[in-house]
Ligand binder design. Structure first.
Ligand code: HEM
Length: 405
C-alpha cells in the first residue's frame, strides 16, 4: 500500500479485512512504528513462523505482554522446559479426562446459563451466554466454589482488558497488575489446601502431575490457572459469539447445522478460519529471517496476523466467503484444526485446549439450538465486530419463541 496500514487506527478496528488484503498483496512485510514490530500477513509466512523449523523465534515477547498479569506461564517457556510443562498439563485436556470428567461440567454450565433465558424469547448471546460460559466452565473444572464464579468473572474482565491494551492505557495496566496480586492471594491457599485433599478436578490433576520427576510449584499452577482465564476464556467466548453471528447471517447454513448437528464441527472450523478469536500473535526473532517481502533482523518483534493469513487467497478459494461446506477445509466431523487454519497457532505452542474448546462449542451450540428452535437476529440488528488483538461480535441480541414454562 502507498501508506502502511495502521493496525491501531479506528478505521482498521472497524474493518481490518480490506487492509489485510492490501498487506498480503503489496506489503507482506512492513515495519509498524506504534507496535515497534514487523507485521506479516500471508498464510505461508505466518505458518512458517509458528512452525519455527530451525528455532528462529522465541516467545520472549510474552515477558512484557503477559507476565505482568499472569506471572511466568507455559507460553514463556521453550525447549525441554516447555516440553515437560506441556506433558504435565496436556493430558487434562484430552482423552478420558476430557470425556469423563469435563464433558459433564461443560453440559451443566451451558444448561444453567440457558435456563436463565430460555423462557424469555430474547437474549443477548454475547452478554448473557458467550462471555460467561467458558469462564464458568474453567472455574468449575478447577473445582472452585460456585460462590466465587462472580469474582472469577471480574478477574477475567480485567485480564482481557490488560491483554488488549495495545494503546498502553496506564489505568488498565495498573488494574491488570492488581489482579495478578489478588488472584495469587485467592489461588495459592486453595492450591496448598488441594494438595492435601486431592479430588477429581483439574486443580488436583495439576497438583499431582509429575513427568520425569518434575512437578509444578504453587506459583506455576497459579500462573497456569491465570492464563486459562484468557487462553481458555476469552478465546472460546469470542468463538461462540462468532459462530452464532456467522450462522445467523447465513440462515441456510444455520438451517443445515440445525438439521445435522455433526456439521457444528465444520461450522466451528470455518468460523475459526473466517473470524478467528485471536487475530494477532507476536514472536521475537532469534536470527535474521527471510520472509516474503524481505528480511526480519535478529532481535526484532514480529506480529503474525492470523486474521489476515486465514483469508489468504493463495491458500483459500474465495476467502472472504463464510462457507461451512468449502472443500478447502479438511474437517469433516473429525478434528483436524491444524490443517484447516491458523487460529490455534501451530508447532510447539499449538493450543493445548483445542479439543476442550471444540467440545464447549459443540455442546453449547447444540443446546442453544435446542432451546431456541427459531432463533434469529433481533429486528434490524447487524452484528459489529470489535477488537484488533482478539476480535468478536460486540453484542448479539436474538429473538426466539420462548420455551413453555
Ligand atoms: C495456546 C487460541 C481455547 C489453553 C493458544 C494459542 C492460540 C490459541 C492461538 C497459541 C499462542 C501462541 O503460540 O503464542 C485458542 C482459541 C481457542 C482456544 C482460538 C478457542 C476457540 C483454549 C482453551 C484452553 C486453552 C479452551 C483451556 C484449556 C491454551 C494454552 C495455550 C494455548 C494453555 C498455551 C500452550 C503452550 O504454550 O504450549 N491458544 N485457544 N485454549 N491455549 Fe488456546
Amino acid at each position: 500500500p502507498e501508506k502502511a496500514p495502521d493496525i491501531l487506527s479506528p478505521e482498521f478496528a472497524r474493518d481490518p479485512y480490506l487492509a489485510y488484503r492490501e498487506m498480503r498483496e503489496s506489503a507482506p512485510l512492513f515495519w509498524h512504528e506504534a507496535t515497534q514490530s514487523w507485521i506479516i500477513s500471508r498464510y505461508e509466512d505466518v505458518e512458517r513462523v509458528f512452525k519455527d523449523k530451525g528455532a528462529q523465534f522465541t516467545t520472549d515477547n510474552y515477558d512484557w505482554q503477559i507476565e505482568p498479569v499472569h506471572g511466568k506461564t507455559i507460553l514463556q517457556l521453550s525447549g525441554r522446559e516447555h516440553a515437560v510443562r506441556r506433558a504435565l498439563v496436556a493430558p487434562a485436556f484430552r482423552g478420558s479426562d476430557l470425556q469423563e470428567k469435563f464433558l459433564p461440567v461443560i453440559e451443566r454450565n451451558s444448561r444453567e446459563l440457558i435456563d436463565t433465558f430460555r423462557h424469555t424469547g430474547t437474549v443477548d448471546l454475547v452478554e448473557e451466554y458467550a462471555t460467561r460460559f467458558p469462564v464458568n466452565v474453567i472455574a468449575d473444572m478447577l473445582g472452585l466454589d460456585k460462590a466465587d464464579h462472580a469474582r472469577f468473572h471480574g478477574w477475567y474482565t480485567t485480564v482481557i482488558a490488560f491483554l488488549g491494551n495495545l494503546a498502553g492505557d496506564p489505568e488498565v495496566a495498573a488494574a491488570g497488575e492488581r489482579t495478578r496480586v489478588e488472584f495469587a492471594e485467592y489461588m495459592i491457599p486453595i492450591i496448598r489446601e488441594r494438595r492435601d485433599h486431592l479430588g477429581d478436578d483439574l486443580l488436583s490433576t495439576l497438583c499431582a502431575a509429575e513427568v520425569d520427576g518434575v512437578r509444578m510449584s504453587d506459583e506455576d499452577i497459579k500462573a497456569f490457572c491465570s492464563l486459562l482465564l484468557a487462553a481458555g476464556g476469552e478465546t472460546t467466548d469470542k468463538a461462540i459469539a462468532s459462530i452464532f453471528a456467522n450462522l445467523l447471517l447465513h440462515p441456510e447454513q444455520l438451517e443445515a447445522v440445525r438439521q445435522d448437528r455433526t456439521l457444528i464441527a465444520r461450522a466451528f472450523a470455518e468460523t475459526l478460519r473466517y473470524t478467528p478469536p485471536v487475530h494477532m500473535i507476536m514472536r521475537q526473532s532469534a536470527t535474521d529471517v527471510e520472509l516474503s517481502g524481505g528480511t526480519v533482523p535478529a532481535g526484532a518483534t514480529v506480529t503474525c496476523l492470523i486474521g489476515a493469513a486465514n483469508r489468504d487467497e493463495r491458500r483459500y478459494r474465495d476467502p472472504d466467503r463464510f462457507d461451512i461446506f468449502r472443500d478447502d477445509l479438511t474437517t469433516t466431523t473429525a478434528f483436524s484444526a491444524a490443517a484447516d487454519h491458523l487460529a490455534f497457532a501451530l508447532g510447539r505452542h499449538f493450543c493445548v485446549g483445542a479439543l476442550l474448546a471444540k467440545a464447549e462449542v459443540e455442546i453449547g451450540v447444540g443446546q442453544l439450538l435446542d432451546a431456541m428452535p427459531d432463533v434469529r437476529l433481533a429486528d434490524g440488528f447487524d452484528p459489529v465486530e470489535q477488537g484488533v488483538f482478539t476480535r468478536g461480535p460486540q453484542s448479539l441480541p436474538v429473538r426466539f419463541t420462548p420455551a413453555a414454562v
